[in-house]
Design a protein around this ligand. Structure first.
Ligand SMILES: C[S@@+](CC[C@H](N)C(=O)[O-])C[C@H]1O[C@@H](n2cnc3c(N)ncnc32)[C@H](O)[C@@H]1O
Length: 237
């Protein structure tokens, strides 16, 4: 390979790993098609941008909204509330929604989410829990139609048995950041040594899901990578 081809390759790899999975032009175009949010969702989105909080990207948010519109979940469990943006987004797309349980371990985010819920959750749909999602999942006995996983990627494999237990048959697991800036797809994209463990754990998570006979799984290269998985109906032979 020529020097200039090598160089082009490095630039290409860097731009993949540093920005998003599909490359800037495609992602920017897809993002430009997502309608701007209105009202309080826009307020929370703008606040998050100003404070550089990691909330779902517009294109991932629109896929999540589409899933909510199709499956019309009554009960949703979310790992990683941040300040509540995605919880409100899912509520706004889910016409039969009764309850969203969302877990946040960072007290700063939790307090801001509480303020947002007091201000905007007029129907008392969003139940916010503070603590580590694994502890809360371990003690959860309710059943859910949708689980949105959006925190602590390194813990995803530990969450999985509990998610399987709390999901109704036909329920959806929607997991964000499963390609982690491309690093999960290839070690070429690894930026820091300390991300190695996270990458190994996410690969393990995707490996279990894709080989599982309990889930139908699709991994999509949008945003930071998304896995959409449906829990199959469990037949008692
Ligand atoms: C990417 S943000 C969530 C963004 C939010 N879902 C949204 O789109 O508006 C991830 C959040 O998960 C929280 N988090 C990470 N690991 C967690 C865990 N094990 N238990 C509870 N919260 C966790 C972090 O504190 C952070 O606020």
């Amino acid at each position: 390979m020529s020097m200039s081809k090598d160089f082009e390759n490095i630039i290409r790899l860097q731009s993949y790993s540093l920005s998003n999975i599909t490359g800037d032009a495609v992602s920017d175009y897809i993002r430009s098609l997502v309608p701007e949010k209105q009202g309080f969702l826009k307020e929370i989105e703008d606040f998050s941008k100003e404070k550089t909080l990691a909330i779902v990207t517009p294109e991932v948010g629109s896929l999540l909204g589409l899933i909510c519109s199709i499956i019309k979940p009554k009960k949703i469990f979310e790992v990683g509330t941040c300040i509540g943006y995605s919880a409100f987004l899912m509520a706004s797309y889910s016409e039969n929604i009764e309850k969203i349980t969302t877990v946040e371990r960072n007290p700063l985010m939790y307090n801001r989410a509480i303020d947002n819920i007091k201000k905007y959750d007029k129907n008392g749909i969003i139940n916010l829990a503070i603590g580590d999602a694994l502890n809360i999942l371990e003690n959860t006995t309710d059943k859910y139609d949708l689980v949105f996983l959006d925190g602590a990627k390194g813990q995803y494999p530990n969450f999985l048995p509990h998610i399987e237990r709390i999901l109704n048959d036909g329920g959806i697991l929607f997991a964000d950041n499963v390609l982690f800036k491309g690093m999960v797809a290839s070690d070429e994209f690894l930026d820091k040594r300390r991300n190695k463990t996270i990458v190994r754990r996410v690969r393990e998570f995707l490996d279990i899901l894709s080989k599982s006979d309990k889930f139908v799984t699709s991994v999509l290269p949008i945003g930071d990578g998304v896995a959409v998985c449906m829990k199959k109906e469990q037949k008692n032979d």
